[in-house]
Design a protein around this ligand. Sequence first.
Ligand code: TIU
Length: 226
Amino acid sequence: MANSKQLSIGTVAAEPATIDLDWSTTALLIIDMQRDFMEPGGFGETLGNDVSQLARAVKPIAAVLGAARDLGLLVVHTREGHLPDLSDAPPAKIERGAPSLRIGDPGPMGRILIRGEAGHDIIPALYPLDSEIVIDKPGKGAFYATELDDILRKYGIENLLVCGVTTEVCVNTTVREANDRGYRCVVLADGCASYFPEFHEMGLKMIKAQGRFGCGSQGNDGADFK
Ligand code: TIU
Protein backbone atom coordinates (compact mmCIF):
# COMPACT_ATOMS: atom_id res chain seq x y z
CA MET A 1 0.00 0.00 0.00
CA ALA A 2 1.25 3.50 -0.70
CA ASN A 3 3.35 4.73 2.19
CA SER A 4 4.41 8.20 3.23
CA LYS A 5 7.70 8.24 1.27
CA GLN A 6 8.28 11.24 -0.95
CA LEU A 7 7.41 9.97 -4.42
CA SER A 8 8.57 11.58 -7.61
CA ILE A 9 8.11 11.52 -11.36
CA GLY A 10 9.65 8.53 -13.13
CA THR A 11 10.48 8.28 -16.80
CA VAL A 12 9.75 4.84 -18.18
CA ALA A 13 11.28 3.68 -21.47
CA ALA A 14 8.28 2.30 -23.33
CA GLU A 15 6.84 1.69 -26.78
CA PRO A 16 5.48 3.40 -28.75
CA ALA A 17 6.77 6.31 -26.66
CA THR A 18 8.60 7.03 -23.42
CA ILE A 19 6.16 7.90 -20.69
CA ASP A 20 6.51 10.05 -17.55
CA LEU A 21 4.64 8.73 -14.55
CA ASP A 22 3.97 10.39 -11.22
CA TRP A 23 4.71 7.53 -8.83
CA SER A 24 2.32 8.97 -6.24
CA THR A 25 -0.59 8.27 -8.60
CA THR A 26 0.73 4.97 -9.98
CA ALA A 27 -0.16 1.44 -8.88
CA LEU A 28 1.37 -1.92 -9.75
CA LEU A 29 -1.37 -4.32 -10.88
CA ILE A 30 -0.37 -8.00 -10.95
CA ILE A 31 -2.88 -10.18 -12.77
CA ASP A 32 -3.72 -13.76 -11.72
CA MET A 33 -0.30 -15.14 -10.74
CA GLN A 34 -2.16 -18.06 -9.18
CA ARG A 35 -1.18 -21.67 -8.73
CA ASP A 36 -4.22 -22.67 -10.83
CA PHE A 37 -2.63 -21.02 -13.88
CA MET A 38 1.05 -21.50 -13.08
CA GLU A 39 1.36 -25.02 -11.69
CA PRO A 40 0.62 -28.55 -12.92
CA GLY A 41 -2.79 -29.85 -11.84
CA GLY A 42 -4.52 -26.47 -11.98
CA PHE A 43 -7.06 -24.80 -14.26
CA GLY A 44 -4.51 -23.93 -16.98
CA GLU A 45 -3.29 -27.48 -17.32
CA THR A 46 -6.82 -28.94 -17.28
CA LEU A 47 -7.45 -26.83 -20.40
CA GLY A 48 -4.58 -28.68 -22.07
CA ASN A 49 -1.98 -25.93 -21.72
CA ASP A 50 1.76 -26.22 -21.06
CA VAL A 51 2.03 -24.32 -17.77
CA SER A 52 5.84 -24.15 -17.96
CA GLN A 53 5.39 -21.39 -20.57
CA LEU A 54 4.27 -19.01 -17.83
CA ALA A 55 7.29 -19.42 -15.54
CA ARG A 56 9.34 -16.82 -17.41
CA ALA A 57 7.21 -13.98 -16.02
CA VAL A 58 7.87 -14.78 -12.36
CA LYS A 59 11.38 -13.32 -11.95
CA PRO A 60 10.65 -10.04 -13.78
CA ILE A 61 7.47 -9.58 -11.72
CA ALA A 62 9.34 -10.34 -8.49
CA ALA A 63 11.89 -7.66 -9.40
CA VAL A 64 9.25 -5.05 -10.20
CA LEU A 65 7.26 -5.99 -7.11
CA GLY A 66 10.40 -5.46 -5.00
CA ALA A 67 11.00 -2.07 -6.62
CA ALA A 68 7.34 -1.09 -6.15
CA ARG A 69 7.48 -2.06 -2.48
CA ASP A 70 10.70 -0.05 -1.99
CA LEU A 71 9.11 2.92 -3.70
CA GLY A 72 5.90 2.66 -1.70
CA LEU A 73 3.60 2.21 -4.70
CA LEU A 74 0.12 0.87 -4.20
CA VAL A 75 0.31 -2.83 -5.07
CA VAL A 76 -2.80 -4.71 -6.23
CA HIS A 77 -2.91 -8.45 -6.93
CA THR A 78 -5.84 -10.12 -8.68
CA ARG A 79 -7.10 -13.69 -8.55
CA GLU A 80 -9.58 -15.20 -10.99
CA GLY A 81 -12.00 -17.60 -9.35
CA HIS A 82 -15.48 -18.41 -8.21
CA LEU A 83 -17.60 -18.85 -5.11
CA PRO A 84 -17.87 -22.44 -3.83
CA ASP A 85 -21.51 -22.65 -4.97
CA LEU A 86 -20.51 -21.42 -8.47
CA SER A 87 -23.26 -18.79 -8.36
CA ASP A 88 -20.87 -16.30 -10.00
CA ALA A 89 -19.69 -18.70 -12.71
CA PRO A 90 -21.77 -18.49 -15.88
CA PRO A 91 -22.59 -21.82 -17.56
CA ALA A 92 -20.92 -20.55 -20.74
CA LYS A 93 -17.62 -20.42 -18.83
CA ILE A 94 -17.98 -23.74 -17.02
CA GLU A 95 -19.00 -25.60 -20.17
CA ARG A 96 -16.29 -24.28 -22.48
CA GLY A 97 -13.83 -26.55 -24.26
CA ALA A 98 -13.17 -30.12 -23.23
CA PRO A 99 -11.03 -29.78 -20.10
CA SER A 100 -9.96 -32.83 -18.10
CA LEU A 101 -11.48 -31.13 -15.05
CA ARG A 102 -14.06 -28.36 -15.04
CA ILE A 103 -14.30 -25.31 -12.79
CA GLY A 104 -15.44 -26.55 -9.36
CA ASP A 105 -14.24 -30.15 -9.83
CA PRO A 106 -11.85 -31.54 -7.21
CA GLY A 107 -8.21 -31.50 -8.35
CA PRO A 108 -4.79 -31.99 -6.77
CA MET A 109 -4.78 -28.38 -5.44
CA GLY A 110 -8.41 -28.41 -4.33
CA ARG A 111 -11.48 -27.52 -6.36
CA ILE A 112 -10.50 -25.96 -9.68
CA LEU A 113 -10.61 -22.13 -9.68
CA ILE A 114 -12.62 -21.89 -6.45
CA ARG A 115 -11.93 -19.17 -3.88
CA GLY A 116 -10.27 -20.44 -0.73
CA GLU A 117 -8.72 -23.50 -2.39
CA ALA A 118 -4.92 -23.91 -2.55
CA GLY A 119 -4.85 -23.71 -6.34
CA HIS A 120 -6.72 -20.41 -6.33
CA ASP A 121 -4.05 -18.67 -4.28
CA ILE A 122 -1.10 -16.66 -5.54
CA ILE A 123 2.23 -18.46 -6.05
CA PRO A 124 4.62 -18.24 -3.07
CA ALA A 125 7.29 -16.27 -5.02
CA LEU A 126 4.87 -13.34 -5.47
CA TYR A 127 2.75 -13.72 -2.35
CA PRO A 128 1.02 -10.48 -1.32
CA LEU A 129 2.01 -8.68 1.86
CA ASP A 130 -0.83 -8.19 4.37
CA SER A 131 -0.79 -4.48 3.48
CA GLU A 132 -1.36 -5.10 -0.24
CA ILE A 133 -4.72 -5.30 -1.95
CA VAL A 134 -6.05 -8.58 -3.35
CA ILE A 135 -9.00 -8.41 -5.75
CA ASP A 136 -11.03 -11.56 -6.36
CA LYS A 137 -12.57 -11.43 -9.80
CA PRO A 138 -15.02 -13.83 -11.46
CA GLY A 139 -14.14 -12.75 -14.99
CA LYS A 140 -11.17 -12.13 -17.22
CA GLY A 141 -11.16 -8.37 -16.76
CA ALA A 142 -10.16 -7.13 -13.29
CA PHE A 143 -12.86 -4.42 -13.30
CA TYR A 144 -15.83 -6.67 -14.09
CA ALA A 145 -17.89 -7.32 -10.92
CA THR A 146 -15.12 -6.14 -8.58
CA GLU A 147 -14.35 -3.18 -6.33
CA LEU A 148 -11.09 -2.39 -8.21
CA ASP A 149 -12.14 0.91 -9.79
CA ASP A 150 -13.47 2.26 -6.47
CA ILE A 151 -10.25 1.29 -4.69
CA LEU A 152 -7.98 2.85 -7.31
CA ARG A 153 -9.98 6.07 -7.26
CA LYS A 154 -9.93 6.13 -3.45
CA TYR A 155 -6.12 6.09 -3.60
CA GLY A 156 -6.00 8.71 -6.36
CA ILE A 157 -4.47 6.29 -8.87
CA GLU A 158 -4.24 7.49 -12.49
CA ASN A 159 -1.53 5.20 -13.88
CA LEU A 160 -1.22 1.42 -13.87
CA LEU A 161 1.87 -0.74 -14.34
CA VAL A 162 0.27 -4.01 -15.45
CA CYS A 163 1.79 -7.50 -15.57
CA GLY A 164 0.73 -11.11 -15.03
CA VAL A 165 -0.94 -13.89 -16.99
CA THR A 166 -2.09 -14.49 -19.54
CA THR A 167 -1.02 -11.71 -21.90
CA GLU A 168 -3.82 -12.15 -24.40
CA VAL A 169 -6.64 -13.01 -21.99
CA CYS A 170 -6.76 -11.41 -18.55
CA VAL A 171 -3.97 -8.85 -19.06
CA ASN A 172 -5.38 -7.63 -22.38
CA THR A 173 -8.96 -7.53 -21.12
CA THR A 174 -7.96 -5.63 -17.99
CA VAL A 175 -5.86 -3.09 -19.89
CA ARG A 176 -8.74 -2.39 -22.28
CA GLU A 177 -11.14 -1.99 -19.37
CA ALA A 178 -8.65 0.29 -17.60
CA ASN A 179 -8.18 2.41 -20.70
CA ASP A 180 -11.95 2.90 -21.00
CA ARG A 181 -11.96 4.09 -17.40
CA GLY A 182 -9.22 6.65 -18.05
CA TYR A 183 -6.16 4.98 -16.55
CA ARG A 184 -2.78 5.35 -18.27
CA CYS A 185 -1.45 1.82 -18.67
CA VAL A 186 2.08 0.58 -19.07
CA VAL A 187 2.24 -3.16 -19.70
CA LEU A 188 5.46 -4.78 -18.50
CA ALA A 189 6.31 -7.04 -21.42
CA ASP A 190 8.66 -9.43 -19.66
CA GLY A 191 6.30 -9.60 -16.68
CA CYS A 192 3.56 -11.11 -18.84
CA ALA A 193 3.33 -14.57 -20.36
CA SER A 194 1.03 -16.84 -22.30
CA TYR A 195 0.72 -20.58 -22.79
CA PHE A 196 1.16 -19.67 -26.46
CA PRO A 197 4.27 -17.55 -27.16
CA GLU A 198 2.77 -16.21 -30.38
CA PHE A 199 -0.31 -14.97 -28.49
CA HIS A 200 2.00 -13.23 -25.98
CA GLU A 201 3.82 -11.47 -28.79
CA MET A 202 0.64 -10.44 -30.61
CA GLY A 203 -1.11 -9.52 -27.37
CA LEU A 204 1.65 -7.04 -26.63
CA LYS A 205 1.69 -5.74 -30.19
CA MET A 206 -2.04 -5.03 -30.01
CA ILE A 207 -1.60 -3.05 -26.81
CA LYS A 208 1.38 -1.09 -28.11
CA ALA A 209 0.01 -0.33 -31.58
CA GLN A 210 -0.23 3.47 -31.65
CA GLY A 211 -0.36 3.33 -27.85
CA ARG A 212 -4.00 2.49 -28.34
CA PHE A 213 -4.66 0.89 -24.97
CA GLY A 214 -1.34 1.53 -23.33
CA CYS A 215 2.39 1.37 -23.67
CA GLY A 216 4.69 -1.61 -23.39
CA SER A 217 7.87 -1.61 -21.35
CA GLN A 218 10.44 -4.14 -20.28
CA GLY A 219 10.19 -4.33 -16.50
CA ASN A 220 13.60 -6.06 -16.49
CA ASP A 221 15.07 -5.88 -13.02
CA GLY A 222 12.79 -3.12 -11.87
CA ALA A 223 15.57 -0.56 -12.43
CA ASP A 224 13.27 1.68 -14.47
CA PHE A 225 10.91 1.97 -11.55
CA LYS A 226 13.08 3.72 -9.00
N1 TIU B 1 -7.24 -19.44 -20.00
C1 TIU B 1 -6.38 -18.40 -20.08
O1 TIU B 1 -5.54 -18.33 -20.95
N2 TIU B 1 -6.46 -17.41 -19.15
C2 TIU B 1 -7.48 -17.24 -18.29
O2 TIU B 1 -8.52 -17.86 -18.34
N3 TIU B 1 -7.25 -16.35 -17.32
C3 TIU B 1 -6.25 -15.42 -17.35
O3 TIU B 1 -5.74 -15.03 -18.38
N4 TIU B 1 -5.79 -15.02 -16.17
